[in-house]
Write a protein that binds this ligand. Structure first.
Ligand code: MN
Length: 751
């Protein structure tokens, strides 16, 4: 696969100045057209003004692809209007979104030319654009994520425009360098697509994830895309057969509707394949049928259920798979009726029933919500508002540890929801898996801090009790109660966790004060001042992460202060202890069997330096795999597969530590890898397998374990191979054996 950057062919583009102008104007007119109906008096002039400013500001800039830069803000503006459904002010912001960051234009200019609201949104966009900057270290990046969330709570339009910006960058990622592609894709799956999901922008979320997959795992992506293409006809035939009777019946009942089937997104097919451990052939026919009704607001619920009744007259529904998000919408505002029915040929088919209005919310999420705010009953939109309030609430706490917080918050973003009732019958939405204590914190921080137990449906339960949808919960408190460390082991909401962590930190701070005093006395004895320099030397010496940690460790006696005497002193200063160097001597030999000499098989960066490295235990890459290098603290370079389960998190959070890595040709060294096989039990099977391994292919096998139950066996084989080609060959040979039904590479190897 080609991973080289294609240099922009700028000269060629310049020749076609007139042609370019035409393209730019065409895009502008298209934007104007999609705004048409919503434009009020004066809007058009304002939009044009923004367009002209942007054209002028980006005049000499080009994108990596060679295109004039202005096409990017224009495309973002069109996404903002056409795909998210925002209005003219947001379009203006989108046109200007990169001007303050990248050109001479200042925020004051914008405030003067337009209005303070627009300047404020641009300001927000400029602030969060730094996130993409890879130079920042971990804490700064986490801090930036936090900024994103803060602006979200402040004015969600900033995030919506940012999402449009990111979506367009993903759509045009082709011309970026390989490491930028990886970095941007990972960041997208790590933070932007969960946000899009949380805001109800399903289409955008889905496209982002497919695009990210396309760049992080191109082979897998192409394989599924190709498969979908090849099976399209067969799928359409089935969908038509399924739809036909429903269509007739709905029309006969006077419904104004649309019905269609659509295949699942590529990333969700891949997730299914992984989760259920099945092949593409077993899931490719997954699709959902959508019925979209035109129905007046007061008839919506009734009409949707009528449709449900018609569908289930033809096809038998699965009782477990009925979801009524009309009576109780999801936290991100999603409303619809979902059912899964038994279609022709004994196949389960999901049917989604919604009205026009609900459909717009499903596609445009938050933005559509605003639009309907006037008309809809207040209970409907209050959920998003309360999500934003909740967000503001946690973010307002300056003490929260950002990295931790982002992790917890991401869990909040993605999990399913349960609905819990207070004793008075008010409903609260919590993530699935929430405990009685999470509920207490959700109601009020003080209630959580003092919580000693709860009554769930009138029965007494402990703090850690896992709630189920529909539970009614009464919190029991005591003024003597205080949060403790073990609460963190069962709390799952970000809010509760951050409150408890802060409390514990305060507690720790108080204890640390004592440690600080002790250290001060010790240093006085040694005639050394407690300067910032000396403190950071000590933090380093005792391998602590902060002075707070150091003071605390001294206070509780977990470090020995006598060791300080080992440090060399010059004047008033501790001398720096040994530099922590890339610990390349310890490169893990255990999973590399060297036949020749030298273990340098990877070339890093552009300069073909030969560097020692470790192969990550979590994904055990072998030559031929798509990989990247990661500079660990203290353990040198680690090489991960780009489809490693940890990859997204590493790439998104520690961009500055990523080293472009590729395999050098080397047939001297073999690598440990694992394969799982499933098949029909047969006495001769082990014999056959070992024949292939050591007889035919002459591979070095480390272990073979077979479990057999009810006539089916499952086995794990660990072998040493030289590269991916050899592994593929090995899998093909095994696959050809009689009785073996499935072979797959072990994704995640437990150390
Ligand atoms: Mn941009």
């Amino acid at each position: 696969m080609a991973i080289q950057t294609t240099e922009p062919v700028v000269a060629e583009y310049n020749k076609n100045d007139e042609e370019e102008k035409k393209i730019i104007l065409r895009e502008y007119r298209a934007l104007l057209k999609s705004l048409k109906e919503s434009l009020k008096k004066g809007d058009k002039a304002l939009l044009r003004h923004a367009f002209e400013i942007a054209v002028e500001a980006h005049r000499d800039m080009r994108r990596k692809s060679g295109e004039p830069y202005i096409l990017h803000p224009l495309a973002v503006a069109r996404i903002v209007v056409e795909e998210i459904g925002l209005g003219v002010n947001s379009a203006i912001c989108a046109l200007l979104h990169d001007t303050v960051e990248d050109t001479e234009i200042t925020l004051e200019d914008i405030g003067r030319e337009f209005n303070p609201y627009i300047a404020k949104i641009i300001d927000g966009l400029t602030k969060i654009s730094n996130v993409v900057d890879i130079k920042a270290d971990t804490t700064i990046q986490a801090e930036n994520f936090r900024k994103i969330l803060l602006t979200l709570a402040d004015d969600p339009r900033v995030i919506l425009i940012k999402l449009a910006d990111r979506l367009h960058n993903m759509r045009t990622l082709e011309s970026m360098s390989r490491d930028k592609q990886l970095k941007i894709s990972s960041e997208t799956t790590y933070i932007y697509s969960p946000l899009a999901h949380r805001l109800g922008l399903y289409e955008i979320k889905s496209e982002m994830e497919d695009l990210a997959l396309k760049y992080t795992q191109p082979d897998v992506y192409q394989e599924i895309a190709q498969g979908l293409k090849e099976t399209k006809r067969e799928r359409s035939r089935y969908i038509n057969e399924f739809i036909k009777p429903i269509k007739e019946e709905l029309a006969g009942n006077g419904f104004d509707f649309e019905i269609y089937g659509r295949p699942k997104a590529i990333h969700s097919i891949l997730n299914k394949m992984k989760k259920k451990q099945v092949t593409f052939e077993e899931v490719y026919d997954l699709f959902a049928i959508r019925v979209i009704l035109k129905s007046p607001l007061d008839k919506e619920k009734e009409d949707c259920w009528k449709v449900y009744s018609i569908v289930t007259n033809f096809y038998h529904p699965s009782t477990e798979r009925l979801r009524d998000w009309i009576s109780v919408p999801k936290g991100n505002g999603y409303e619809a009726l979902h059912t899964t029915v038994m279609g022709p040929g004994g196949k389960w088919v999901e049917v989604q029933i919604r009205t026009d209005r609900m459909n717009e919310i499903a596609e445009k999420g938050l933005a559509a919500h605003w639009k309907y705010k006037e008309g809809a009953p207040s209970a409907q939109e209050s959920k998003l508002d309360s999500f934003l309030k909740h967000l503001r609430d946690i973010l307002n706490n300056p003490d929260t540890d950002t990295i931790d917080f982002i992790q917890d918050f991401k869990l909040d973003l993605f999990t399913e929801e349960i609905y819990i009732y207070t004793p008075k019958g008010d409903m609260r939405v919590l993530p699935k898996g929430a405990t009685a204590l999470d509920f207490a914190f959700d109601i009020h921080t003080q209630l959580g801090m003092r919580c000693i137990g709860a009554k769930v449906n009138h029965k007494l339960v402990p703090l850690s009790y896992h709630l189920n949808s529909g539970d009614q919960v009464e919190v029991i408190t005591s003024s003597k109660q205080n949060p403790s460390e073990d609460w963190l082991s069962f709390l799952i909401t970000a809010k509760a966790k951050s409150r408890v962590k802060n409390y514990l930190k305060d507690d720790k701070r108080k204890i640390a004060e004592d440690g600080k005093e002790v250290l001060k006395k010790k240093l006085e004895q040694m005639n050394v001042t407690m300067s910032q320099h000396n403190l950071s030397e000590l933090v380093h010496f005792y391998k602590k992460t902060s002075t707070l940690d150091l003071f605390y460790a001294i206070a509780v006696g977990s470090v020995d202060l006598k060791d300080v005497n080992d440090l060399s002193i010059y004047g008033d200063k501790f001398l720096h202890t040994k530099e922590v160097k890339l610990d390349i001597k310890n490169a893990d030999e255990s999973n590399i069997k060297t036949r020749g000499k030298g273990a340098e098989v990877i070339i890093f960066g552009e300069r073909s330096d030969k560097v020692l490295y470790k192969l990550a235990q979590c994904c055990q890459p072998i030559p031929g795999d798509d990989v990247f290098g990661f500079v660990t603290s203290g353990e040198g370079l680690k090489v991960h597969r780009t489809d490693c389960p940890n990859a997204a998190q590493l790439l998104a959070n520690y961009g500055h530590r990523i080293v472009k890595t590729k395999w050098a040709k080397n047939k001297e060294i073999s690598f440990l890898t694992g394969v799982r096989i499933i098949g029909l039990d047969d006495v001769g099977v082990i014999q056959k397998i070992t024949n292939v391994i050591s007889g035919e292919l002459k591979l070095n096998m480390r272990s073979l374990s077979i479990d057999s139950k009810d006539g089916i066996f499952e086995g794990n084989i660990m072998v040493y191979v030289h590269d991916r080609e050899e592994l593929n060959n090995f899998c093909n040979k095994l696959g050809a054996l009689e009785g073996i039904s499935k072979i797959e590479r072990i994704e995640h190897i437990e150390p």
